[in-house]
Write a protein that binds this ligand. Sequence first.
Ligand code: UDP
Length: 311
Amino acid sequence: MRIFITGGAGFIGSHLCDYFLAHGNHVVAMDNFITGSPDNIAHLKNNAQFEFIKQDVTTFINVPGPIDAVLHFASPASPKSYLDFPIQTMKVGALGTHNALGVARAKKARFLLASTSEVYGDPLEHPQKESYWGNVNPIGPRGVYDEAKRFAEALTLAYHREHGMETRIVRIFNTYGPRNALDDGRVVPNFVGQALRGEPLTVHGDGSQTRSFCYVSDLVRGIAQLLKSDEELPVNLGNPNELTIKLFAERINALTENQAGIIFTNRPVDDPSRRNPDITKARTRLGWEPQVSLDDGLRETIAYFRARMKR
Ligand code: UDP
């Protein structure tokens, strides 16, 4: 297959490039490096099966040649980055999704949208099933991301219903691993960076809020399975192993042997209190299950950040 990946130099996008190249496909990646990085795809420079186009996907996209699948992964995705780029976040979710769907339609390609657990907002239902409509504050600081992704889901299904296009939607829950940007503000790079510098970890609030962390290789395998499947409605992918942020901080301090402990800082506005995917649908329809344990995934991630911080 010839696969077009928007956000191909991003954290998840670049792992998707690697995965599809390793499975014998040709990949065309697009990124404007607003939050992605040339470093994430530097190793693909001399790969004849890989092409890169530097472009903002909110402007008209022209990809020469046939395309079998479009994976739309371009977007700022960490709370810090979508607060830094609120308008670009809304534009990529709206105009970027429209352009990416347009490419898929013109090429008669299958389309897969990267959506998010943020469509559930600060959820009132636990764990979150795909049938839950969510509890989103449209005018709060996170609204720019949450509503952009909700719009993107609606637009994707509109293309499916009106044009009969083959579309897939993945709702991605917290994912971590190598190539997470050290400064993107997410809890994993923040905590690991602090721990490796011997600083106390900054736990927001009292740390009783929960998340569950999926290692990037598990996620990417699930996305490939979803693309192949005939599942047209959204599918959650994430790790259902839920833990509090305080416990998570203690785990990172233990794995890095950081003696500096934790400090409690202000909780961001609209920070979801609990988040945990119900992955019954992925298990039964895709036969997918996360395989990498938190400790194994964190060891790989810590090694990656340690090497980067030495540079
Ligand atoms: N968090 C924290 N300290 C940090 C960064 C994040 O306690 O230095 C918390 C954050 O408030 C949230 C959780 O960790 O409750 C996960 O935050 P992240 O930014 O990774 O993404 P989110 O899951 O909120 O989208």
